[in-house]
Design a protein around this ligand. Structure first.
Ligand code: SAH
Ligand code: SF4
Ligand code: F3S
Length: 482
């Protein structure tokens, strides 16, 4: 068993506070010591990432630190000298999966006593999960939180020099880090990139753990975001996706409610070929954003706008700050300006107290919005959240039945829209060799629809016109159009 050095532990009570602290922006690069470089140079690491795009971007930042030590990456545990897990806490199964994987990592450690194991990300911000980890997995070398990414080198060195498990999870961050030098190849793709615009979330939807795991909402400075996009464009990137838990709240912390529309316009003016963003919060939208989407051809005609429920009663219990009518109004404003928009959403079924009538309202709003796709979830109680204390009075069969009915409806809507693409010409950015058929190359059209085309890997990274010849629910088949 390793000695534990508990530098700082998470506190949901601390995380729930929203103090108007002054944001400090640190603008220094972080350089590894010669000790770390000589220890890790030439060795292999493997990072397993769970959760959303924010976590993928965080894993890229850690990969950057590792590549800068001269390390190389391997796809799975075998051959790795270091295994890192970037964890997610959004639903219960995310946590269960991690503990299974840690068991597998333990078996690797039994074979190689020098194997270094670290765990970070959202789940480590959750007290119960962290305590379970500390009790059951004492072989771990390093545990850090979502706000400790930039202490990575320091913690890594400490854990090695003192041969102890370092645990560092800070709450209430009031700083942003800029100025980190990025090594070529540290992002997962050479053509599409995520760009953080806000961190954290202040919405406190009653079911959601994110405001506790990612803390207070903080916006990056516009000039830092634009500089990052310009730099990506120069390197040949074709697409950026602006990331935040509520992208359209961007700038509210520095007092500008219209800042997201301005930011989007400034990103469009960089001339990068494709711009996407995720996720917007319905009632933070203003129509200026839609005007920018309609005006600039490089802002993609796609919007992921989570509704969660179609019932006003449930929306209120969820602390979502809009009504069904307001949501429909936003969609109407959107479709007036962008008739071709590809609209998707997130929906939770079987939230506590959801009745059949409430659920039918969810089904009916899906038809009214005519969604082109949706991520659907059964409510999962998360520790400390208000909804986890509400009486979960819906029988399991009813939950599953609602989930299936919703999924059937969404699939039929998705399929209906997919059919309308057949015979049209779409611009596709090719990203990879198809997972199912080595002779096919896969990419996404402007709407974000997956398209497979017969071709070779020289297409990867290029945007080409494609004639759509066949549609399936989740993908389209096309031919290169001369
Ligand atoms: N910030 C984004 C997405 C956050 S998480 C937003 O507000 O839209 C992604 C999705 O997970 C949510 O939209 C919601 O549908 C789902 N989700 C979050 N917490 C959940 C929970 N406790 N149970 C089930 N689904 C949940
Ligand atoms: Fe969670 Fe709501 Fe914040 Fe989205 S807006 S991250 S669902 S609390
Ligand atoms: Fe999961 Fe954290 Fe994202 S909880 S969904 S990784 S913000």
């Amino acid at each position: 068993m390793k000695k534990k050095n508990l530098i700082s532990l998470p506190s949901f009570r601390e995380e729930a506070r929203r103090d108007p602290e002054h944001l400090i922006i640190q603008e220094n690069d972080i350089v590894p010591t010669t000790f770390l470089v000589s220890y890790w140079q030439g060795k292999f690491f493997c990072i397993k990432t769970y959760g959303c795009q924010a976590n993928i971007r965080d894993s890229e930042k850690i990969r950057n630190f590792l590549f800068r030590l001269g390390m190389r990456e391997c796809p799975d545990f075998s051959g790795a000298d270091m295994i890192l897990f970037n964890t997610c806490a959004i639903r219960e199964n995310a946590a269960n999966h991690l503990f299974g994987e840690l068991g597998r990592a333990k078996r690797e450690r039994d074979k190689n006593k020098d194997l270094y194991i670290g765990v970070f990300g959202c789940l480590m911000q959750e007290e119960k999960a962290l305590n379970r980890l500390l009790e059951q997995f004492s072989f771990i070398n390093l545990v850090f939180g979502t706000n400790n990414l930039y202490s990575f080198y320091e913690l890594l060195e400490k854990s090695l020099r003192n041969d102890e498990m370092e645990v560092a999870i800070y709450s209430q961050p009031s700083y942003l880090q800029e100025g980190i030098v990025e090594k070529e190849g540290s992002r997962y793709s050479k053509y599409t990139a995520y760009v953080d615009i806000t961190y954290g979330c202040d919405k406190f939807c009653t079911y959601c753990i994110v405001p506790y795991t990612r803390g207070k909402e903080r916006s990056r400075r516009m000039e830092d975001i634009i500089a990052e996009v310009n730099c990506l464009k120069e390197k040949g990137y074709k697409q950026v996706t602006l990331l935040g838990q509520n992208v359209d709240s961007y700038g509210k912390d520095f007092g500008d409610s219209y800042a997201f529309a301005t930011l989007l316009e400034n990103v469009a003016k960089t001339g990068i070929e494709r711009i996407r963003f995720t996720t917007p919060y319905p009632s933070d939208f203003n129509t200026k954003v839609f005007d920018v989407m309609a005006k600039y051809k490089n802002v993609m005609p796609a919007l992921h706008l989570p509704i969660q429920s179609g019932s006003n009663r449930i929306l209120k219990l969820m602390n979502r700050r809009y009504t069904r009518e307001e949501y429909l109004n936003i969609v109407r404003e959107l479709k007036e300006r962008l008739p071709d928009v590809y609209l998707t959403t997130d929906i939770i079924v079987a939230f506590p107290h959801e009745t059949e009538e409430d659920f039918l309202e969810t089904l009916s709003i899906c038809e009214e919005c005519s969604y082109d796709g949706a991520f659907t979830f059964i409510f999962s109680p998360r520790p400390m959240t208000p909804a986890s204390k509400m009486k979960d009075d819906i029988p399991l069969e009813v939950k599953q039945d609602r989930f299936n009915r919703l999924k059937d409806l969404i699939d039929s809507l998705t399929e209906k829209r997919a059919k309308t693409f057949v015979g049209t010409i779409q611009k596709v950015l090719f990203e990879e060799v198809s997972k199912r058929d080595k002779n096919m190359i896969s990419g996404y059209d402007e709407h974000g629809k997956l398209v497979h085309v017969k071709g070779d890997s020289s297409l990867i990274g290029q945007i080409k016109e494609v004639k759509i010849v066949e549609s399936h629910t989740y993908s389209l088949i096309g031919e290169l159009y001369e």
